[in-house]
Design a protein. Structure first.
Length: 409
RNA sequence: CGGGGAGUAGCGCAGUUGGUAGCGCACGCGGUUUGGGACCGCGGGGUCGCAGGUUCGAACCCUGUCUCCCCGACCA
């Protein structure tokens, strides 16, 4: 893509109503636009970045047998009354609205209820199980206070997968494979080393649930980290019993701030009982499906990655997250040469953002840095047949031949 | 929802004991520039968050209200 075709533009100053670094950088660089508190529009660069994050999660969900679907955002009151969660006193983040007829509707804050109800149409035998439907969708939660830019919105992207298993043993096996899939997701996003599988309250259905918590000073959660074992305990269950279960002692744990970037949860038969989701077992008896839920917030992750991978010049996206891999700058009367390289790289499958504007070099360099594109290539008259190459993460520049340049990408 | 702070041009800001709004960035035109956000000149753009009130006159004073940010509370 050419910068001249990009309708967004960068800002020198961040809006004064944003304090969170992730929001300041993402707005300044033209990745997102703030519609209202906790509600952001994804602009071309931001949309591509979000899709890259989603793509990684999608691959890992498909690897463990996920079936991608797209559930509705509009929700029937009756469906949620079945589980008792329509009541604002039970679930206090509802956005509710009405049909023209007057019938009440809600904007989905999560999807256990509609999906469990839906699966009644498709699960009738043990032969139908296990099954793992999932989706990427916008969730609506009427938080009393949204904060921290993209990290805690009222409207946000969520990957939610739900497992329907025959029994606890089958569920446990899948739960473990999801745990491993989550590890791979965070590794691929470049935050594996600072993301901890964290023991948290299991509610009334299981002893524990697990959160994936990424260490960050801007985190809302406090966790106790065991760096050698690569696990952590959420403050809410930081007690002697849990430490005994995990075989750790207080003096091995370090108190840290962290951002919850995912969770996996055993639901047991809570929802399959509420909706009477039963299947015929091999012995002819009827049994309730055994369920689990598994969430990751791609938009929160985008905020976290922006916050984490940044320096004083702007964003510093990891290679596989960046909206484009290459930022191509032509200086002086070199548009033809730049165009040629642009076409060649594009044909090779390298995504290129070509700054073809009639701007001074300094302005182009500043925007390349602010947008955080991993590789920068400069074409200019003084380089002759060669190209200047620089990584966003390094300060050194190298003059390379075209062949050497392709070797870098 | 409790406490604190703030709403003036797309963004950052200034503003007069109350007298009908200005600067920088961005934008348009002309010129000079061209390897780290150039410079000069000219120009366009704002019902001063909204609604009432006080006043001859309100961006400014009063009341209400909406919105945004921060701290706390809340948070499968």
């Amino acid at each position: 893509m050419k910068v001249s075709q990009l309708f967004t533009k960068t800002l020198r100053d961040a809006p004064s109503d944003e304090v969170a670094k992730n929001a300041q950088l993402l707005i300044r660089s033209g990745f997102v636009y703030k519609e209202m508190a906790g509600v952001y529009t994804y602009l071309p660069l931001g949309k591509r970045t979000l899709e890259n994050i989603i793509g990684i999660i999608r691959e890992e969900m498909n690897n463990v047998g996920g079936n991608e679907i797209s559930l509705t955002a509009l929700q029937k009151k009756e469906t949620w009354e079945t589980s008792g969660r329509w009541d604002d006193k039970v679930l206090d983040v509802w956005f509710k609205t009405k049909l023209a007829s007057g019938a009440e509707l809600g904007l989905a804050p999560t999807h256990e209820e509609p999906l469990t109800k839906l699966m009644k149409s498709y699960i009738s035998s043990y032969k139908d199980l296990p099954i793992y439907p999932y989706q990427f969708q916008i969730k609506f939660r009427n938080e009393l206070r949204s904060k921290s830019g993209l990290m805690r919105g009222r409207e946000f992207w969520m990957k939610d997968l739900y497992s329907f298993s025959k029994d606890q043993a089958e569920h446990d096996t899948f739960y473990e494979s999801m745990s491993e899939a989550y590890d791979r997701v965070y590794d691929r996003l470049g935050i594996g080393d600072i993301t901890y599988k964290t023991f948290a309250s299991g509610g009334s259905f299981s002893k524990y649930s697990h959160e994936y918590q990424t260490l960050s000073e801007v985190g809302e959660d406090t966790i106790y980290v065991h760096k050698d074992k690569k696990i952590a305990i959420n403050q809410e269950v930081y007690n002697d019993e849990v430490m005994a279960d995990l075989g750790v002692s207080k003096d091995e744990l370090e108190e840290c701030k962290a951002v919850e970037v995912g969770n996996i949860f055993t639901l047991n038969t809570k929802f399959s009982e509420d909706f009477n989701l039963q299947y015929a077992a091999e012995d002819g008896t009827s049994k309730h499906a055994f369920m689990g839920s598994y969430g990751i917030g791609p938009s929160r992750l985008m905020g976290l990655l922006a916050e984490h991978f940044a320096d004083d010049k702007g964003l510093v996206w990891p290679e596989n997250i960046a909206p484009f891999r290459v930022y191509l700058i032509n200086i002086g009367d070199t548009a033809d040469k730049a165009h040629e390289l642009y076409e060649e790289l594009t044909q090779r499958g390298v995504t290129v953002l070509w700054d073809d504007r009639d701007e001074r070099p300094g302005a182009k360099f500043a925007d390349a840095d602010l947008m955080g594109i991993p590789h920068r290539i400069v074409v200019s008259e003084k380089l002759g047949e060669n190209y200047e190459y620089k990584k966003r993460t390094e300060s050194a520049t190298n003059v390379l031949t075209k062949e050497e340049l392709f070797g870098k990408l």
